[in-house]
Design a protein around this ligand. Sequence first.
Ligand SMILES: [Fe+2]
Length: 250
Amino acid sequence: MGSFSTLSRSSSRLLFRQLFENESFTYTYLLADISHPDKPALLIDPVDRAVDRDLNLVRELGLKLIYAMNTHVHADHITGTGLIKGKVPGVKSVISKASGSKADVFVEHGDKISFGNLFLEVRATPGHTVGCVTYVTGDGPDQPQPRMAFTGDALLVRGCGRTDFQGGSSEQLYKSVHSQIFTLPKETLVYPGHDYKGFTVTTVGEEMLYNPRLTKDEETFGSIMQNLNLPYPDMIDVALPANMVCGLQD
Ligand SMILES: [Fe+2]
């Protein structure tokens, strides 16, 4: 028991699941501290259409959901946080204060979100939207190693979110990624908000070497972002107003 439990202790607390919603290509993440008697859990970026799947899983695993969080106000799908609150009493919705959206808990840069003995650190990473945050697992002896960063749309696997609406700014996104994400240890696992090519995870070190946009200098990055010529998102007129109020409108 001795050496085995020492070896696995630091990572054995975290239960982690990556879930995919295949209409909006969105990843939802389930994290829980299963060494805590309550098994407190949180969901990052749940999608309205997948709420029943997510809550079933939470139930089957015997977890107690305490937070339903968003990395930002999404333009491509409706958040599941409002539906979740209706189905699981006591769950609190979480979003950044800078998003200007409604929620039970507003976070700012440097805040910590605790679930059992684990925590997420909030890093402000604006640029895709004005209120984007990245949630990073804690730094400490009892926290998961390597660390994990939930970047939303600030940093994607070999890509990044667009910067042409919702208060987006390529200058700001460049600064955010370089100062808040690329300064994490290189082995930090990066879990994106979406993927369209089948990737599931990357690392800080990998993106510092191979991200086709963010490895460039700031000026080149700006012109890449300006010339993407992306179509207006299908869902934006429905999703934005709904997501300002946890996905539920009267
Ligand atoms: Fe987004």
